[in-house]
Design a binder for this molecule. Sequence first.
Ligand code: OAD
Length: 230
Amino acid sequence: MSKIVILTGAGISAESGLGTFRDEDGLWAQHRIEDVATPEGFVRNPALVQAFYNARRSQAADARPNPAHQALARLEAEHDGDVLVITQNVDGLHEAAGSRNVLHMHGQLDRALCHVCDHRWPAPDEMRVEDACPACGACQTRPDVVWFGEIPYGMDQIDPALAEADIFAAIGTSGNVYPAAAYGQHARRMGAHTVELNLEVSTASRDFEEHRRGPASEVVPLWVEEVLKG
Ligand code: OAD
């Protein structure tokens, strides 16, 4: 029974209407990473950070899964073996499409985290600076997303999954943010067949044996069909 590990990035949700980070009109062209995606930025101006993620939570709540998310859910349901989706995305579109084995390595917009005691709970639609932690009462509530300079979630599960993977696919990610950017190289060295599905050449493209270029909503369903046919 073959094991399939899939890494997804912002590109898989682009056709659901959620902006990517590094495309010309992406989020990082409109906001400074240091201000909205670092622990230091949160300490300097928590209201700005909450407003940034409140806007993203509201957009994500309106978004619907596209055929690429749906194809990955179908793969998990129909493949005779393990399928793990490791996503860098903080939206819930994989789960909305029906995927169950999903690891959110950069956290989730719909979760809140206490900066003081690490307690986690479901985030309200609008998070506010003055929200108190339900566990310790501290008023330093933040979105449960991983910022630059923080350690991504699930590393203890990801390393063995990459080592055991027979197929590793990266979908809609630019290959600029580590450790995810090294997963293709890592999985290939450990013996996986590696395939990149992306709109264009990425920083990590050379690490992959096979490339499918095009919008995720087109290339992912075709690839899934082929994998299921064996
Ligand atoms: P990026 O914005 O860096 O890259 C998105 C990739 O998706 C690019 O290579 C695009 O060419 C591709 N793309 C765009 N539209 C697509 C489509 N319709 N179909 C297929 N591919 C498409 O996003 P990520 O690689 O996900 O982290 O960014 C990684 C991390 O950087 C994010 O998780 C976030 C960000 O800073 C943190 O905030 C910690």
